[in-house]
Design a protein around this ligand. Structure first.
Ligand code: SAH
Length: 286
C-alpha cells in the first residue's frame, strides 16, 4: 500500500478499526473542534443539527473537553460496535463483471486483476459494496459500459465513492461524484486518491437535486426514494443516454417506473435481490 497516496482528511490509517466508539452529540461542532479530538478520531457524521463522532478507541476525555469548550452542545448517548457489525458483514474482494471491489487493506491479496480493481477504504460511511443496492448499480453500470462507450458519469450520493471509481474503471473519462455529507466527501476523495484517479474523478459536496442539469451521459443515483422523486420531477434529469436508479424497494420501484414511463424514458433492465431491493437501468431521452 502506498501511504503517500492514502494521505488525506482521514489520516493514513490502512487497516480498518476493530471497534468503533461513537458519541452522539446534539448541536454542531465548530470546525476547529475536530482537530482536538486526538489520534483515534475517525470522522464526524453531521446530520440535522446533531453529530456522531467516530473513534477507534474510547475517547471520553477528548469528547468531554470538546463539550466543556462548547456549552451549546451536549452528549446524548454513546455506542460501541465492532467494525463488522457496523458494516453489516465482513468485507472481502468481490467481482462484478470486469470489476473487482477490494478492501484497501487487502490490496496485496492477489485475487483482483489490476485493470478493473476498485480499492476501497469505506471508513464509517455507506458504500462498502456489501449492500444489494450498491451491487445492483455496479451490475447495471458494468452491463452498459461493457457494451457502449460512456464518457461522462454523474454519481449522485456517492458515499465512499465506490460507484464513481467503478465508472472510471469501466472506461468513463470524466466522473463527477456528489454527496451532501462532508464525511462522505472526505472518504470518497481519499478513495479516489487510493485508486490514483484524482484527475478523472471529482468529488464535490452538494445536493443531488442541484445537479439535475449536469449533462453527464450516465447518471447513477442510489438514494432515498424521496430524493429520487425530486430528481425525476425535472425533465432535464432524464435527458441523457442512461440512468441507473437504486435504493428502491418493491413499491418504490413500481412508482418510479410509472414516473419514468410518463416522462418517456424506457426501463431496459431490472436487477433485484430476492425481490427486495431493485435497481433500474434506464434509457434516457436524448
Ligand atoms: N453510492 C453509494 C452510497 C449510497 S448511500 C453506494 O451505492 O453504495 C446514499 C448517499 O447519498 C449517502 O452517502 C448520503 O449522504 C447521500 N445523500 C443523501 N441524500 C442526498 C442528497 N439529497 N444529495 C446528495 N447526496 C445525498
Amino acid at each position: 500500500m502506498d501511504i503517500e497516496a492514502a494521505e488525506g482528511g482521514l489520516g493514513d490509517r490502512i487497516m480498518p478499526p476493530d471497534v468503533l466508539h461513537i458519541y452522539y452529540i446534539e448541536g454542531e461542532l465548530p470546525f476547529w473542534a475536530e482537530t482536538r479530538l486526538g489520534a483515534s478520531f475517525l470522522g464526524n457524521w453531521e446530520e440535522e443539527g446533531s453529530c456522531f463522532l467516530f473513534f477507534d478507541s474510547p475517547a471520553e476525555e477528548e469528547v468531554k473537553a470538546v463539550l466543556e469548550a462548547n456549552p451549546g452542545i451536549r452528549l446524548i448517548d454513546s455506542y460501541c460496535f465492532s467494525y463488522e457489525e457496523w458494516q453489516g458483514g465482513w468485507l472481502e474482494p468481490f467481482h462484478v463483471g470486469p470489476l473487482c471491489i477490494c478492501p484497501a487493506w487487502l490490496e496485496e491479496d492477489g485475487s483482483c486483476g489490476h485493470e478493473g480493481r476498485v480499492l476501497l477504504d469505506p471508513g464509517v460511511v455507506f458504500g462498502s459494496g456489501l449492500h444489494p443496492t450498491t451491487r445492483g448499480c455496479l451490475r447495471a453500470m458494468a452491463w452498459v459500459m461493457e457494451r457502449e462507450a460512456v464518457r461522462s458519469v454523474l454519481d449522485l450520493g456517492t458515499g465512499t465513492g465506490v460507484l464513481a471509481i467503478a465508472a472510471a474503471r469501466l472506461g468513463a473519462e470524466r466522473v463527477l461524484a456528489v454527496d451532501l455529507n462532508p464525511l462522505c466527501v472526505k472518504t470518497a476523495e481519499r478513495n479516489v486518491r487510493l485508486n490514483r484517479l484524482a484527475g478523472m474523478v471529482e468529488v464535490v459536496q452538494g445536493r443531488a437535486e442541484d445537479m439535475i442539469s449536469n449533462p453527464a451521459e450516465l447518471a447513477v443515483a442510489n438514494l432515498h426514494l424521496d430524493v429520487l422523486y425530486r430528481l425525476l420531477q425535472a425533465p432535464a434529469f432524464l435527458r441523457r443516454e442512461w440512468l441507473v436508479l437504486s435504493g428502491l424497494m418493491r413499491s418504490g420501484a413500481r412508482d418510479v417506473k410509472e414516473l419514468l414511463a410518463a416522462g418517456g424514458a424506457e426501463v431496459v433492465m431490472e436487477f433485484d435481490t430476492e425481490m427486495t431491493w431493485f435497481t433500474l437501468l434506464i434509457k434516457g431521452i436524448s
